[in-house]
Design a protein around this ligand. Structure first.
Ligand code: SF4
Ligand code: SF4
Length: 317
């Protein structure tokens, strides 16, 4: 997109000192090769307006800090329960966990690091400084930074400050978005990022609401707006057997993809079950126990559907 095409929603994000604009992230994953071109550092923002039942990163759904127990590190010493004013540290029962005051006493006393905070505050300046340490790998591979989550646009001021600071530091950026955000904020971010990784989950609005918690109308309107604005687009489609791989769903997806002028490629992301254990750690129930990853031949078949429409399609990120 051309510079100045869209006004910043919150102009103060562009002018504020990057040390002063803070946001909440859960992870900064270095040497990632699945979130855009080249070697990348992926930053996971905390907070998302969707709540997809299959989410691979459920720790990024709530914008609030959380505490989890990593069972493989727990030695069962009971120090956390003794320190807990509610006596519930480590409990998996949601009713008990609802009593957690997030005081952090259990994290303080845990001798093995099994009790952990999820989510840390960081300024845009700190984050970009940390990411810039891998500049040499970015430059040699054509990589850069990818803002993911969660939904980066759930923290629009922080995201815009990070994009501005990355630009000042000469780092390439990509935005991985579910597309559920005010259009002006999305366009302002797209103006500052070099690539948009746009997630499409279900085409049927009711199905989208049932599995992701919100309707998909705004998402599709935003995708069209990005396309009109000429943003470089990669579509990312999770393949979820029995949820979004019916003939109707795939027809509608290929139709949508074929109608986009700015689309460069499609990534089909096979469902995997790593998120299920994370739901348990967070004390939430995982409702798709029966869901299985798609087979390799089925993935190939789906990729062929897109490729027959002349769309560059890849299995994986
Ligand atoms: S954060 Fe505080 S209230 Fe919550 S489980 Fe830990 S010790 Fe208990
Ligand atoms: S203090 Fe840590 S190691 Fe001990 S029981 Fe609690 S979580 Fe497990």
């Amino acid at each position: 997109m051309s510079a100045g095409q869209h006004k910043l929603v919150d102009a103060s994000a562009a002018t504020a000192r990057p040390e002063q604009v803070k946001g909440r992230i859960t992870n900064l994953q270095r040497f990632s090769i699945h979130d855009g071109p080249g070697i990348r550092t992926t930053v996971f923002f905390k907070g998302c307006p969707l709540s997809c039942l299959w989410c691979h990163n459920p720790e990024n759904i709530s914008p609030a800090p959380e505490i989890v127990t990593l069972e493989t590190r727990c030695i069962g010493c009971g120090a956390c329960v003794q320190a807990c004013p509610e006596g519930i540290a480590g409990a998996l029962d949601p009713d008990q966990r609802a009593r957690c005051r997030l005081c952090g006493a259990c994290v303080e006393v845990c001798p093995t690091g099994a009790r952990q905070w999820i989510g840390r505050e960081v300024s845009a300046a700190e984050l970009i400084r940390e990411a810039a340490a891998d500049r040499v790998f970015f430059e040699e591979s054509g990589g850069g930074l990818t803002f993911s989550g969660g939904e980066p646009l759930a923290q629009p001021r922080f995201l815009l400050a990070c994009l501005e600071e990355a630009r000042r530091s000469g780092l390439q950026t990509a935005l991985d978005t579910c597309g559920y955000a005010p259009a002006d904020q999305l366009l302002a971010a797209a103006e500052r990022a070099q690539l948009i990784l746009f997630d499409i989950k279900c085409m049927d609005p009711e199905r989208h609401r049932r599995f992701c918690g919100v309707d998909n109308r705004l998402i599709h309107e935003n995708l069209r707006a990005l396309d009109r604005a000429g943003a470089r687009l990669w579509l990312r489609i999770p393949i979820l057997p029995g949820i979004n791989d019916s003939a109707e769903e795939l027809d509608a997806m290929t139709e949508l993809a074929a109608s986009l002028r700015s689309l460069e490629q499609i990534s089909l992301l096979p469902y995997h079950r790593t998120g299920a254990a994370k739901f348990a750690r967070l004390g939430r129930s995982f409702r798709l126990r029966e869901l299985r990853p798609p087979s390799a031949p089925r993935l190939r078949e789906i990729a062929d559907l897109f490729q027959r429409r002349g769309l560059r399609t890849k299995i994986g990120g």
